[in-house]
Design a protein around this ligand. Structure first.
Ligand SMILES: [Zn+2]
Length: 399
């Protein structure tokens, strides 16, 4: 069984050890040592990264796994004899800050709101813990406040293997995962006692800030995303930059940003409303003008028009306005890469515009259809649209 050096000294960054087993595993090599400072993934903490080297070569540690009490290092090349190990300390210390911070935040939720952490997900990017019920934003702030008070009081953090008799006397936050004679208990002085095999800071002050970032509803549960230490500083820096940049763009103080954005959005909404009203009025006038200028015969009118460079929605809106007129047929074409046709008629006529559009679009290499009152389709690109509408008019006059 591998001696877990990280249990004895979680601050050990380099060590020497003997290779006890080397096995090929796919294109890599599974190497077991008699002792290691490399932490394997488990207990809510990610594995370490770093290097192992023997007298001949240096190997990259790609993964670290615990198997039957042994720690297995997955390497990109085999090693033999005596090896020297160096863990990536920046990576490890970041994980240690997040991990110890999670102990404190979980205990804060228990003490203040009797909300136990039911699961934890920690990666190199994000840390989350799941609570069994939903707490409010104000409750998150209270837990965050208590957690940071515990950090600032710089309490000692101790780890020790404890027998089951003594275990019963401790106010454990959660029971041990498996029954062992000796259980490793991590104590944050006068605050939290938890069974844990992870790596922890020596005193809470080393964690730095603990910040709740956001909460997400997951059925009856609530997922809390949080960040600690240097990650919290990086998060603050990037958000501070974003706030300052937005404030500069709006020429206001960062403290006035929220109110200014509200005003800008309200103004934009009002402008959109006014623009829509003006557009609607413009389309009313245009529809009226088209109708008055249209060709009238035998008591009904054909409003025929080719449009260019305008939204299809404008053309549709004009058609629907003209359909409100008595005895009116609308034949519209919109020139575009793929030209559009919109045919419509008022309710007092018996013509089938769907059939007409199908017939005419087919003549000009396109397709389309719709209801007897309103139909839409297209013709092949480059088609002379005046010719298309002429064909439709002719077809109507012979109907
Ligand atoms: Zn722990």
């Amino acid at each position: 069984m591998t001696v877990h050096l990280y249990f004895v000294d979680p601050y050990l960054q380099t060590f020497d050890a003997q290779v006890v087993c080397v096995e090929p595993r796919g294109q890599y090599f599974a190497v077991t040592l008699d002792r290691t400072a490399f932490y394997p993934t488990g207990g809510g903490q990610q594995r370490d990264t770093g290097f192992l080297s023997d007298e001949q070569t240096q190997a990259q540690v790609l993964d670290v796994l615990e198997q039957n009490g042994d720690v297995v290092h997955l390497l990109d090349r085999p090693l033999h004899g005596t090896v020297h190990g160096a863990i990536d300390w920046v990576h490890r210390f970041d994980l240690t800050q997040q991990h110890t911070g999670q102990h404190i935040l979980s205990q804060a939720f228990v003490q203040l709101f009797d909300a136990e952490t039911i699961s934890v997900h920690m990666t190199e990017k994000t840390c989350t813990l799941d609570l069994p019920r939903h707490l409010s934003g104000e409750q998150h702030r209270q837990a965050e406040q208590l957690a940071n008070q515990v950090v600032q009081s710089n309490r000692p953090v101790r780890a020790a293997f404890i027998g089951t008799d003594e275990l019963a006397r401790l106010p454990l936050r959660k029971p041990p995962a498996a029954k062992h004679e000796m259980v490793r208990i991590v104590e944050i002085e006068d605050f939290d006692w938890s069974p844990c095999g992870g790596t922890h800071v020596r005193a809470t002050g080393e964690i730095g800030m603990i910040k709740v970032l956001r909460a997400e509803r997951r059925g009856a549960e609530q997922r809390i995303e949080f960040t600690c230490g240097m990650r919290a500083l990086h998060d603050y820096s990037s958000k501070n930059e974003a706030v300052l940049s937005l404030a500069a763009q709006l020429s206001v103080k960062d403290t006035d940003l929220a109110a200014t954005v509200r005003t800008v959005l309200d103004e934009a909404k009002e402008q959109r409303r006014q623009l829509n009203a003006a557009r609607s009025q413009m389309l009313d006038h245009e529809a009226e003008r088209l109708w008055t200028a249209s060709y009238q015969s035998d008591g009904w009118r054909i409003v025929s028009q080719v449009f260019a460079q305008r939204p299809l929605d404008d053309v549709r809106q004009l058609a629907s306005r003209l359909r409100e007129k008595p005895a009116t047929v609308v034949l519209f074409a919109l020139s575009a890469e793929k030209p559009n046709l919109v045919f419509a008629r008022s309710g007092d006529l018996q013509l089938d515009m769907g059939a007409l559009l199908r017939e005419v679009s087919a003549q000009f290499g396109g397709r389309g259809g719709g209801q007897p009152e309103l139909a839409q389709g297209g013709v092949a690109g480059g088609t002379d649209l005046a010719q298309v509408l002429g064909a439709a008019t002719k077809s109507l006059q012979h109907a």
